[in-house]
Design a protein around this ligand. Structure first.
Ligand code: HEC
Length: 146
């Protein structure tokens, strides 16, 4: 019994050693090619250093264009859709993924009595990310409704 358990262990050790030796050999062969590797040069412009860009104003515009009609110009809802400041839309309950799905695919009436939310037409992926950032920022700024 003991013997049959040892055998695989020895076999594994041999395999590992063999691989290790092969790897060493590869390293030795590759050493000469290091000198001929092309130098890394880049003409690309430096990345922008201003992190606080126009994401929030753009997100606000996207929100007004695509969401305000139902969720309200102030996010507090209309007779066609719920307030985005409801506690049920806080990030731990409706994460950003739920937003992406709702915007792309719409959602069946399930939390309220406003009817279904249809998919939002013609909105781009970038606009979706901006509008989610905007709504999250507004939720944090205004606080959730009790
Ligand atoms: C035509 C009206 C309408 C528009 C436009 C609309 N929504 Fe909705 N939305 C609704 C309704 C109604 C619900 C509530 C569904 C329910 O839970 O009963 C809803 C629910 C949601 C939910 C919750 C989804 C879930 O999983 O429960 C999110 C998130 C959401 N909307 C985000 C948005 C965003 C962001 C936009 C704009 C990009 C938008 N909605 C545009 C009507 C709309």
């Amino acid at each position: 019994m003991t013997k049959s358990r040892l055998c695989p262990a020895i076999a594994l050790a041999i395999v590992v050693m063999t691989i290790a030796c092969a790897a060493d050999a590869d390293d030795a062969n590759d050493a000469s090619s290091v000198d001929t590797a092309p130098a890394i040069t880049s003409d690309a412009p430096a990345p922008p250093t201003t992190a606080a860009g126009p994401a929030v104003p753009d997100g606000a515009a996207v929100y007004q264009q695509y969401c305000a009609e139902c969720h309200g110009v102030d996010l507090r809802g209309t007779d066609k859709g719920p307030s985005q400041l409801s506690i049920i839309y806080e990030p731990n309950h409706h994460g950003d993924y739920a937003y992406r799905v709702a915007i792309r695919e719409g959602t069946r009436e399930h939390h309220w009595w406003f009817g279904d939310m249809p998919p939002v037409e013609d909105i781009t992926d970038i606009e979706i990310e901006k509008v989610i950032s905007y709504i999250r920022a507004e939720q944090a700024r205004l606080g959730f409704e009790k």
